[in-house]
Design a protein around this ligand. Structure first.
Ligand SMILES: C[S@@+](CC[C@H](N)C(=O)[O-])C[C@H]1O[C@@H](n2cnc3c(N)ncnc32)[C@H](O)[C@@H]1O
Length: 214
């Protein structure tokens, strides 16, 4: 007997067959809200590596942007550390879910698409956090997403990029989503004045953790 595909994979396949790389996120959040599906990425707490960094880097009202903010855990972590946080997700139900979870929040939760970001975000953020979102879109969309991402970073700012590391998995048996990253793809955030500061693997080699500045 074969195991049925999880809801995220089924919805992603249908969405992608219609040429829409992101429509399935809203469908999955809506289904999860009704209790009909699970959000495979939702842990109910911030990313551990970001939390460790944030503990030693108070924001002092500098501007941070959280990409693919889901239900808000990373955004709230940074707000609590003193950052003035804008957090966006392409799925309106995720944005609404974050606002409901954190009704007293100072975070500006926004519905926006990394592939078509607001122009006023260009070079506007002292901290940019991209954790496991770009890998959730097929590779064709990667160059545009990485260009948007690099564009958010203000001079002197810091950007973190974390994605699944292709080199440590067997791609012959891999099932997407997500679509893992090659080392050189992570490095290509260094464009248009952005520089790579470090690129490490974390979690026993499962993920890349890269740091950039401008
Ligand atoms: C795999 S989840 C990761 C969520 C969170 N960053 C984390 O680390 O748990 C990907 C998130 O990115 C959002 N997303 C996907 N494509 C996006 C896009 N083009 N623009 C903005 N958000 C996007 C999805 O709705 C989803 O909340």
């Amino acid at each position: 007997m074969t195991t049925p595909d999880p809801a995220d994979r089924v919805l992603a396949r249908a969405s992608l067959a219609e040429g829409d790389p992101t429509g399935w996120f809203e469908q999955l959040y809506t289904a999860a809200e009704k209790g009909d599906a699970a959000l495979p990425w939702h842990r109910g707490k911030p990313n551990a590596e970001l939390a460790e960094w944030a503990a030693g880097h108070p924001g002092e009202s500098r501007r941070a942007l959280v990409v693919g903010s889901a239900l808000g855990d990373d955004a709230e972590l940074l707000a609590a550390a003193g950052w003035a946080v804008t957090a966006f997700d392409v799925a309106p139900t995720a944005v609404e879910g974050a606002r409901k979870r954190f009704p007293e929040s100072t975070v500006d939760y926004v519905v926006a698409d990394l592939l078509k970001p607001p122009g006023e975000w260009h070079h506007a953020f002292d901290l940019v956090v991209e954790i496991m979102n770009i890998q959730a879109m097929p590779r064709d969309f990667r160059p545009a997403a990485l260009t948007s991402l690099a564009g958010f970073l203000a001079p002197g700012g810091t950007a973190f990029v974390c994605e699944v590391a292709e080199e440590n998995f067997d791609m012959a048996t891999w099932q997407s989503p997500p679509w893992p990253f090659r080392r050189e793809e992570i490095e290509s955030v260094a464009q248009d004045g952005v520089r790579l500061l470090s690129l490490d693997t974390i979690r026993d080699g499962a993920r890349y953790w890269a740091t950039f500045t401008r």
